[in-house]
Design a protein around this ligand. Structure first.
Ligand SMILES: NC(=O)c1ccc[n+]([C@@H]2O[C@H](COP(=O)([O-])OP(=O)(O)OC[C@H]3O[C@@H](n4cnc5c(N)ncnc54)[C@H](OP(=O)(O)O)[C@@H]3O)[C@@H](O)[C@H]2O)c1
Length: 201
């Protein structure tokens, strides 16, 4: 599918292990507080795109507070179209809030929208695609890869075997690693922050 005019250069943000694994049994492989803070800082006040299963994987199945949440599902019905965010109290960011002094999230800045396909999704996006982050899971990362130019990847060495995977960006033509942080340690998990960029066509 061609990139819609003005709706390109979306961002992706993901946490992977050394096999490019991203999840297992509907949950993340590991929770690293600094990575959760990074995720929150990058996405707060912006639009996030996720698959229906990722929404359901969030505690309480609630959208992320302080963000415009767009959820892809083929099972779009009237009740979903009328759905709106109400109680963001049990979002993953609550975990970060408990563990780190961080920015507050306001209920009134939280929005939940649904899209049944890419066309509908793009009709809901703001003009400024730098404000849009694809946040998973596997099917949505893969679906939207061609529309994304910047990829924020937190890489860790969590040994758990994954059942969902991120595309191997090192093998992806036209996408290159542009920066990598030093390695950090949380408990027994080493991790680092990587940034990949699509090179000009
Ligand atoms: N490590 C990370 O950074 C990270 C981030 C996010 C998620 N995850 C993990 O990823 C896993 C979930 O990934 P997943 O691939 O199984 O599920 P997913 O991508 O979150 O959601 C899949 C659902 O999205 C909808 N969908 C997919 N393609 C669509 C399309 N073209 N048009 C409309 N709707 C579409 C469908 O919903 P319907 O069935 O309702 O039609 C599909 O069942 C979980 O373990 C989660 O914890 C990890």
């Amino acid at each position: 599918m061609a990139r819609p005019e003005g709706k390109d250069s979306l961002n992706q943000i993901v946490n992977i292990n050394s096999t490019w694994g991203i999840g297992r049994d509907g949950d993340l492989l590991c929770h690293i507080p600094e990575d959760m803070r990074f995720f929150k800082d990058m996405t707060l006040g912006k639009t996030v795109i996720m698959g229906r299963k990722t929404l359901e994987s969030l505690p309480g199945g609630k959208p992320l507070p302080g963000r415009r949440n767009i959820v892809l599902t083929r099972a779009l019905d009237k009740s979903l179209l009328q759905a709106s965010a109400s109680d963001p109290a049990k979002s993953p960011d609550s975990f970060a809030d408990e563990h780190c002094a961080d920015k507050a999230c306001k209920d009134e800045d939280t929005e939940l929208l649904y899209a049944k396909d890419i066309d509908m999704l793009f009709s809901l996006l703001p003009d400024d695609s730098s404000q849009v982050f694809v946040i998973g899971g596997e099917s949505i990362y893969r679906l939207l890869l061609p529309f994304c130019d910047t990829f924020y990847v937190t890489k860790n060495d969590c040994p758990l075997e994954a059942d969902t995977f991120y595309p191997d960006l090192d093998a992806e033509p036209g996408i290159e690693l542009v920066c990598k942080s030093e390695t950090r340690l949380h408990k027994d998990i080493h991790y680092s922050f990587l940034k990949y960029q699509r090179s000009a066509p």
